[in-house]
Ligand binder design. Structure first.
Ligand code: F6R
Length: 605
């Protein structure tokens, strides 16, 4: 949620840190700050608000290295200048940036206050700066290690010592820290997005690890002091992917990137010759996959909803009972973990705390987990150890669009693979593989019709409440449509199974409450048309997302998508709803890429 950047090397740190902060701003953005070491002293600047506020505060040509920087999404203490990071000890010798939550901060604060320490912020993070200063140690590493022994909770930290500028120290427990290996310079970030302009060679710290980072390299060890060995990974992201290009918003750019993103998800995974798919990362032999009796899909927000589409695909194509559940709920209900169930964790960032905790609950109880993850080498990907990478490229907008689509595509690949090991016929497999191949062009065709959405978006923008309904996989599309709209337009949007409408929500339908109906031309078409009639009878405005064909009901707006194989239709039906949310938000003038109160990667509970 918050972002960390750090640098040590021959260049001045400040420009590198500022560039990194801009890259990370999507993670958390109520305040920002940086500290650099210059002439055995700290130069520290921090402020409430966006990274550009910090930019205005920095003196021209600020010199010094090493340096650390932070964008904050408030957890302890309101957003303010004083609560912004970095935090320092009383002598302003040590500076620290921290992501996560120190759970025993209140007790530590009370102890330190009793010893005469005066706190300058309301944060849990400042406690760490004072603790580090209080440790009797002759190196920064030893001081940080000793301080962390006293702390419970989650952290990703970077610390500098003005009197020993030859190294900075970073540590990780539950909040990501990635090292970027340069040429006689080293970078640190909580997210690879802040590193790719400088290096493609990265090292992910594991929980309970500390690294001493010097300009010419790094050493890692456990919190207890045992050395660890890390092999750098090569990032596949290119720096250009992190810019907005000609688009006004990342959300729009990422919606537009979907044809290419889907191609990458599919790349090398279709096997038309055997009417199936190939997923190298599953690392499960056919025999093992045949023993799977149930599939449980876990994720949060859009990842969970993509999992709902995944569950339907798996049940339909592989005839394995499959069910999606919010990972945030699953982990708290002491779930029964069954040996013949395959647990699938879905996450764009690979860092969502609740999803990671769900994976840990599964593996701790002896279950098998695999990941459907976008960020290569991320914590969830490593915790699962096997799975399907989306290869959708970096997603910068807070709301997920292309990774939602690519997750559904990845589930289609998995469902076909499992299905062809069971009863899915060669003919059906062949049609599905061909349909997946056609998907990128079909998505491109929907995107080219963006103009048709404009008038519908303008009229929906005027309402206070919007309902989304659909049946079966259409209901998952409705859920995602409602989530996207509420996130970026701040309208009250709610999804209901169309069949449930008359069991309650119909009471709310009136001329001021529009309903978006997801209407594939499948065997439920007639039932969905009856639902439309019921809404119409209450004079509720109706907007349809559907496929071409005759329609005997009057509607207020129509969004059409091409047909695929019926099982894949939800993927296409979702695309206009992404554009709708984007265009409604534009019409309402909301902040699209960084919606209020939200952050891209939710790494706290
Ligand atoms: C919705 C959205 C969130 C995320 C959720 C999970 O637009 O972006 O609901 O889907 O926070 O994030 P990941 O996929 O990173 O685990």
């Amino acid at each position: 949620m918050c972002g960390i950047v750090a640098y040590i090397g021959r260049q001045d740190a400040a420009p590198i840190l500022m560039e990194g902060l801009h890259r990370l701003e999507y993670r958390g953005y109520d305040s920002a700050g940086l500290a650099v070491v210059r002439g055995a002293a700290l130069r520290l600047y921090k402020t409430q608000g966006k990274v550009r506020n910090l930019e205005h505060l920095l003196p021209q040509g600020l010199k010094g290295s090493p340096g650390i920087a932070h964008t904050r999404w408030a957890t302890h203490g309101e957003p303010s200048d004083r609560n912004a990071h970095p935090h320092t000890d009383a002598a302003s010798r040590y500076a620290i940036v921290h992501n996560g939550i120190i759970e025993n901060a209140a007790a530590l604060r009370a102890q330190l206050t009793a010893q005469g320490v005066e706190f300058r912020s309301d944060t849990d993070s400042e406690v760490l700066a004072h603790l580090i200063a209080a440790m009797p140690a002759d190196t920064l590493e030893k001081a940080v290690r000793a301080a962390l022994q006293l702390v419970t909770g989650a952290y990703g930290i970077a610390v500098v010592d003005a009197e020993r500028p030859e190294a900075l120290v970073v540590a990780r427990q539950g909040s990501p820290v990635i090292l970027g290996v340069g040429d006689r310079e080293m970078f640190v970030a909580s997210d690879a997005a802040a590193l790719v302009r400088h290096t493609q060679s990265v090292v992910h710290l594991d929980d309970g690890e500390i690294a001493v980072v010097r300009a010419d390299g790094f050493e890692t060890s456990t919190l207890e002091g045992g050395p660890t060995v890390k092999v750098p990974l090569v990032l596949e992201w290119q720096a250009e992917a992190l810019g907005k290009g000609d688009f006004a918003h990342f959300m729009h750019k990422e919606i537009a990137e979907q044809p290419e993103a889907i191609r990458r998800t599919l790349s090398g995974r279709l096997e038309p010759r055997f009417q199936t798919t190939h997923l190298g990362g599953l690392e499960m032999a056919a025999r093992e996959l045949l023993e799977v009796r149930r599939i449980k899909i876990l994720g949060c927000g859009s990842a969970y909803i993509a999992g709902c589409i995944g569950a339907q695909l798996i049940e339909q194509l592989a005839r394995i009972p499959a069910h999606a559940e919010p990972a945030s709920e699953f982990r708290y209900r002491n779930p029964v973990i069954e040996p013949d169930t395959l647990y699938v964790a879905v996450s764009q960032s690979g860092e969502t705390f609740d999803t990671l905790a769900a994976v840990q609950e599964v593996t701790r109880k002896g279950g098998r987990a695999l990941g459907v993850v976008n960020a290569v080498g991320s914590t969830i990907a490593r915790a699962c150890g096997r799975g399907i990478y989306l290869h959708a490229g970096p997603e910068i907008a807070v709301v997920s669009t292309k990774t939602f689509t690519c997750t559904a595509v990845a589930f289609a690949l998995l469902a076909i693979h499992l299905g062809r090991l069971r009863d899915l016929s060669t003919g059906h497999g062949e049609r599905l593989v061909a349909a997946l191949e056609a998907l990128p062009d079909q998505v491109a065709a929907i995107l080219a019709n963006d103009a048709a959405i404009e008038p519908i978006a303008r009229s929906i923008a005027g309402y206070h409440d919007v309902y989304f309904v659909g049946r079966a996989a259409g209901y998952a599309v409705a859920m995602e449509g409602a989530l996207k709209l509420k996130e970026v337009s701040y309208q009250h949007a709610e999804a209901y199974p169309a069949s449930e409408l008359k069991h309650g929500p119909l009471a709310l339908i009136d001329p001021q409450t529009p309903t978006v109906v997801v209407l594939p031309r499948d065997e439920l078409f007639a039932k969905n048309v009856s639902t439309i009639e019921e809404i119409r009878a209450r004079r509720g405005p109706i907007y349809l997302v559907t496929q071409p064909g005759p329609l005997a009901v009057a509607v207020d707006g129509l969004l059409e998508v091409p047909s695929s194989e019926p099982e894949l239709d939800p993927i296409l039906l979702n695309i206009p709803l992404q554009l709708l949310a984007y265009r409604v938000a534009l019409a309402r003038g909301t902040e699209i890429d960084q919606p209020r109160n939200l952050a891209k990667s939710v790494t706290v509970e």
